[in-house]
Write a new protein. Structure first.
Lengths: 116, 115
């Protein structure tokens, strides 16, 4: 079975500082993808970054980077130079190759608050 | 025009009412999904459609009835709901179903309150 764990219900960060949001996952399938989504108060889930299980390098997208530690089964999101607009819920998600018709499985999320 | 549009944004209904949620995607995708998001719980997958055919139904009560008339539209018909069904209902789409790196595109959701 697939499982995503986000242990931080809420995080605070000072504007312009970096912040790390934790995500651990559990699967026995060697082929999987890891995703991070942002959900602002408007409700829409916005895709941020993707990491494949066979990717050799950590994924980066602008101010977002994914600290992928395969042996520890962790896929932490790092946001550099935080902005007030980064305040939102952040969800880690996973899809494994042999999960049939099941798309993404999500964690419970972390609420990030950026302080001026 | 946004990629995935959901209407209405907010809905309040009594337990005996019948209502429908609508989702439309303008991305040319072949797979569409309904998720339920309750407070302090992970997103729960409800239904999956691929090429207009339902391929997944995650033990959802029959008071929720999905309909996918074409690849661009997805409905969720609601009848005799319970207060515990109050939640944010999110629609999503993806290019295809079953690819590891396939990302989902979401709408803004319908916030449903059942009285």
């Amino acid at each position: 079975a697939q499982k995503i764990t986000q242990t931080q219900p809420g995080m605070f960060v000072q504007e312009k500082e970096a912040v790390t949001l934790d995500c651990t996952y559990d699967t026995s399938d060697p082929s999987y993808g890891l995703f991070w989504y942002k959900q602002p108060s408007s409700g829409e889930m916005i895709f941020l970054i993707y990491q494949g299980s066979y990717d050799q390098q950590n994924a980066t997208e602008g101010r977002y980077s994914l600290n992928f530690q395969k042996a520890r089964k962790s896929a932490n999101l790092v946001i550099s130079a935080s902005q007030l607009g980064d305040s939102a819920m952040y969800f880690c998600a996973m899809r494994v190759r042999n999960s049939g018709n099941t798309p993404l499985v999500f964690g419970k999320g972390t609420r990030l608050s950026v302080i001026a | 025009e946004t990629g995935v549009t959901q209407t209405p944004r907010h809905l309040v209904m009594g337990m005996t009412n019948k209502k429908s949620l609508k989702c439309e995607q303008h991305l040319g995708h072949n797979a569409m999904y309904w998720y339920k998001q309750s407070a302090k719980k992970p997103l729960e997958l409800m239904f999956v459609y691929s090429l207009e055919e339902r391929v997944e139904n995650n033990s959802v009560p029959s008071r929720f009835s999905p309909e996918c008339p074409n690849s661009s539209h997805l409905f969720l018909h609601l009848h005799t709901l319970q207060p515990e069904d109050s939640a944010l209902y999110l629609c999503a789409s993806s290019q295809v179903l079953g690819v590891t790196n396939e990302k989902l595109f979401f709408g803004s959701g319908t916030q449903l309150s059942v009285l």
